[in-house]
Design a protein around this ligand. Structure first.
Ligand SMILES: [Mg+2]
Length: 279
């Protein structure tokens, strides 16, 4: 069965040969950042500063507790504010200034090749040439992530983040800055089922799960047949469980049904094939 959202995408796209901008209707591709476009640059930069601190059980536990408290309080702009989490933990434990100054670390960041996945720059350039607008849609705060996105030279038209949308994925309100405008199609692409796919499902977007560590037998399955594989439900259930154990549930209301991707791709080359069919 073709998913409802996907058939909507095809119907909209197949009924016209126009360039999308000629009617002022935009086609958006909103991309998660970490694990989707880039190999966790913020975590990579912070690791040498944080590893010695995280090796201390008291500090590690206090950071986790502060994160979970903020998650439970539900203020989307505070959950991933690592600078403020560090401040709170330092005050709570009465520590000297042992945490890194995040803005200094970000300002000094130099990335070697390989932080962006190899298909990203070409893929995004192709999508833009096809008339798509690109949004970087991350649960990391824009005040941190935008510095990295610019240093990585990711071409984008818009940033969606908790300190812009006042919401976290999977809350559909996360996409409000884009959804509130006249749009033709919004396709969201992300690696986390519990944030990206649940969010796209709830917001009525086309949901593309990018599975960068896709096993070989899944790669061998044609893209349009993957959502029909009988083993998909068990994979989704196991991954959601493991994601929730690591990150907690980040939204306000937990959906009743499992996340349901409209497409499953290994990389942006396969996304091109999915979108090409819609053109
Ligand atoms: Mg991600």
């Amino acid at each position: 069965m073709v998913p409802q959202n996907a058939s909507h995408l095809f119907a909209l796209s197949c009924t016209s040969n126009r360039k999308p901008d000629t009617l002022g209707l935009m086609r958006w591709l909103t991309f998660d950042l970490d694990g989707t476009l880039a190999d966790w640059p913020f975590r990579h930069l912070m690791r040498p500063h944080m590893e010695p601190l995280l090796a201390q059980p008291t500090i590690r536990a206090a950071l986790r507790e502060e994160y979970l408290n903020r998650l439970a309080q539900g203020d989307p702009t505070r959950v991933y504010d690592w600078g403020d989490i560090h401040r709170a933990v330092r005050e709570k434990l009465g520590l000297p200034p042992i945490f890194p100054n995040l803005f200094e670390v970000l300002a000094e960041a130099r990335f070697e090749n390989g932080m962006l996945y190899p298909d990203v720059l070409t893929g995004l350039a192709v999508f833009r040439s096809q008339g798509y607008r690109i949004a970087v849609a991350t649960n990391g705060l824009a005040k941190y992530q935008q510095i990295l996105v610019d240093k990585l030279a990711i071409p984008y038209d818009r940033m969606l983040a908790p300190d812009i949308s006042q919401a976290l994925k999977p809350d559909p309100a996360f996409w409000n800055p884009v959804r509130s405008e006249p749009v033709d199609t919004i396709v969201h692409i992300g690696d986390l089922l519990s944030q990206d796919i649940w969010g796209a499902n709830g917001a009525g977007l086309v949901a593309v799960w990018i599975w960068r560590t896709m096993p070989q037998d899944w790669r061998a399955t044609p893209v349009h047949e993957r959502t029909r594989r009988p083993d998909l439900d068990a994979i989704i259930e196991a991954r959601v469980q493991s994601e929730l154990e690591e990150h907690g549930f980040v939204g306000r209301v937990r959906p009743q049904s499992p996340p349901q991707p409209d497409y499953i791709v290994a990389d942006l080359h396969e996304l091109r094939a999915v979108l090409r069919q819609a053109d």
